[in-house]
Design a binder for this molecule. Structure first.
Ligand code: ADP
Length: 232
């Protein structure tokens, strides 16, 4: 099943001194249960792409379809907030945890913000990422890998169809990176969630079903790592 279609997305940053083309007619499809990794040199548009797909930043042109339906409103409130809480989960390189909240409060946050019951789900997520014993700790008391596990649990707690991960292993060592990738792989295999993973690391990209290579805001190469059934 095709979850997301990205069609001719373009984005420029214009300042008084210059214009930067961050995305140039970017098009690709994302299927349910697919992990897509995005590679490319610094400045090639990877973060801009994730910001657009997360409705954090509006493109200048192009279309995003969710299950075939054009999302023409997601860059304006209130639709943007609804899209961000129902459709996408975010994972960042720097974890972006709230330092004054405990592990369990950080994980519960998306459900708390939606006014939903959360105790059962938080427990499940704490078990999934192996942090039950740390639930009353604050982020500063945890290792980088543990903090990223909290961030992943927070991103997955609402089971969003799409997970956007921007260099999630960028600050982690090899073994910890593998651990983090295992949780993303589990989400895709068990829940058919789709993952877009920005990374510089070929070892990390190799976990994906497909790799898109960006250069100067364009997709310049597209490599299938696994015989993913929906790859057409
Ligand atoms: P990557 O994530 O691949 O490093 P980015 O998407 O961050 O690339 O950046 C793409 C291009 O857009 C770069 O040339 C960058 O300098 C520029 N850029 C990114 N964000 C902004 C911004 N807020 N204002 C101006 N230029 C930006």
């Amino acid at each position: 099943e095709k979850i997301l279609s990205v069609e001719n997305i373009s984005k420029k940053y214009i300042s008084e001194t210059n214009t930067v083309v961050a995305l140039k007619n970017v098009s690709f499809d994302l299927f349910a249960g697919e992990m897509l990794s995005v590679m490319g040199t610094s400045g090639s548009g990877k973060s801009t792409l994730l910001h657009v797909l997360g409705a954090l930043d509006a493109p200048d042109g192009g279309v995003i379809r969710l299950k075939g339906v054009i999302q023409d409103n997601i860059f304006n409130e209130p639709a943007a907030s609804v899209y961000r809480s129902n459709t996408v989960g975010f994972v960042f390189q720097n974890y972006n945890l709230l330092k004054d909240l405990t592990v369990e409060e950080n994980i519960a946050l998306p459900l708390i913000l939606q006014g939903m019951e959360h105790s059962v789900r938080v427990k499940e997520m704490l078990e999934t990422v192996g942090l039950m014993k740390w639930k009353k700790h604050r982020p500063i008391q945890l290792s980088g890998g543990q903090q990223q596990r909290v961030a992943i649990a927070r991103a997955l707690i609402t089971t969003p169809p799409i997970v956007l991960a921007d260099e999630p292993t960028g600050n982690l060592d090899y073994n910890t990176s593998i651990e983090i990738l295992k949780f993303l792989t589990l989400a895709k295999d068990k829940m058919k969630q789709s993952i877009i993973l920005v990374t510089h690391d070929p070892m990390v990209a190799a976990y994906a079903d497909r790799v898109l290579f960006f250069h100067d805001g364009e997709i310049v190469d597209n490599y299938a790592c696994s015989p993913f059934e929906n790859n057409t």
